[in-house]
Design a protein around this ligand. Structure first.
Ligand code: ADP
Ligand code: TYD
Length: 214
């Protein structure tokens, strides 16, 4: 848990709307007068660039990736983020920090080829989030969104995203049991995709409730 600020982490599979909704939340919180900043993982550090390069290969070593993501995360916390300083400093200064992915992504994605306890261990220096916003979107819908937009990374196949989604359900349930507040948002209702506005409104309402209830 962060000391003065609030760490809000968005999690979900690729194409679930993480970038759209984390940015929208920052905009809405700022409009309401909060001191808030956005940042993302993988970062734009040399480690993040290396990760993106490896994700374009047809095969990956999940353990090497897990170590790189964990190192990139410490760089994010201690050295630099989109806020201009390391996340820990921003939190000390009282910022609400909204993250487009955090360590729970490592536990879900890299668990496809590495033991989750070990992934947890190499991420143990990364503080727990205060609030996790989980965007729950079916892999078929999410993958179509990604494919319409850009070239795909290693994990972005239907089979792999199904496994990642299953892993998220377990991992986030465990985080909730440890005391992290978990906000689950459905991106599809009765087989119909919800609009960005509707999902954004629900995210904002839920996060604001948690921030005010602290
Ligand atoms: P991610 O960061 O999870 O990969 P993005 O936010 O970058 O996802 O992209 C999601 C895409 O899906 C965008 O092109 C967005 O316009 C589209 N989209 C359609 N409906 C929604 C919705 N309800 N929420 C978020 N994105 C949506
Ligand atoms: P993504 O959010 O798509 O970043 P960008 O759009 O900036 O390239 O992340 C790239 C991929 O990395 C995505 O498939 C999810 C994956 N990922 C992990 O496997 N483990 C992690 O710890 C993180 C943060 C991301």
């Amino acid at each position: 848990m962060s000391s003065k600020g609030v760490l809000v982490a968005f999690e979900g599979i690729d194409g679930s709307g993480l970038t759209t909704h984390s940015r929208l939340l920052v905009y809405k919180l700022r409009e309401a007068g909060y001191r808030v900043g956005y940042s993302k993982e993988p970062t734009w550090s040399p480690i993040g660039a290396l990760i993106r390069e490896l994700l374009l290969q047809p095969t990956v070593d999940h353990e090497i990736l897990a170590l790189l993501y964990a190192a990139d995360r410490l760089w994010h916390l201690r050295v630099h983020s989109c806020l201009g300083v390391g996340l820990l400093k921003a939190l000390e200064e009282g910022y609400i920090v909204v993250l487009d992915r955090y360590k729970y992504s490592s536990m879900a994605y890299q668990s496809l080829g590495a033991p989750v306890e070990w992934i947890e261990a190499i991420n143990s220096r990364a503080l727990e989030a205060d609030i996790i916003v989980y965007l729950d979107v079916p892999p078929e819908v999410a993958l179509n969104r990604v494919k319409a937009r850009r070239i795909t990374y290693y994990y972005e196949t239907l089979e792999r995203l199904r496994k990642v989604k299953e892993a998220f359900e377990t991992i986030l349930g465990r985080a909730e049991a440890r005391g992290v507040r978990l906000v689950r948002i459905k991106g599809v209702e009765n087989g119909v995709e919800r609009s960005i506005e509707e999902v954004g409104r629900e995210v904002y309402g839920e996060v604001k409730k948690h921030i005010e209830g602290r």
